[in-house]
Design a protein around this ligand. Sequence first.
Ligand SMILES: [Zn+2]
Length: 227
Amino acid sequence: MSLDFELVIKRTARKKSIGIRVFPNRVVLSAPVWTSDRQLHALVQERSAWIQDKLQAVSSVTAPTPLSRDGGTWPVQGVWVPIEVTTGSRGVSKNASGWRIQLPSPDEASIAKVWDRHLKQLAVQHLTNRVENFANQLSVQPSALKFRRYSARWGSCSASGTVTLHWPIIQAPDWVSDYLVVHELSHLHHFNHSSAFWTCVESIMPNWRAARTWLRDEGRWMLETHS
Ligand SMILES: [Zn+2]
């Protein structure tokens, strides 16, 4: 069984029945001591539709409010990360809990610009890795990989094999951006949306429907261009 979340099993003598709690990318089972791993995995399998629904609900990511001189929070790979803004020479670095933006004289416009550039760097790094990973699994090789900000689509795959990804997808949870990568790479096998294409997507991404729904219902703001 392959899971697209971390499964944590806690056995306790106090428990008489199995409880399931769902957190972003993580499912926690609290179970009586006498339960076996096999039994718990079977339960996860049986409840997988319910678990996927819950995972989707908890990983909800809405449009962030612009960062101010006091910083703020921003969704990165589906997790809200605290962002600190300080005065100093221009740059973005990691701090204990998230990121620190440093600017000689921070104002909203320059903060937005620096953060946007940083987010794009993170996206290129992460998505390039994911493309390599899934290209291997699908035995395909894009002729080129490009990143851009689209306004009405998430990605594309050209007839010559160039895969282009909407880099702001880095703000979505990993299982959603993974779906985009798998979708575009699957076009290297099937240059259409035939059932053979979807079978290909499904072979490594059984929950592709949830990801597609997430993009349509919850991810729309990521397509909006902001200054
Ligand atoms: Zn497509």
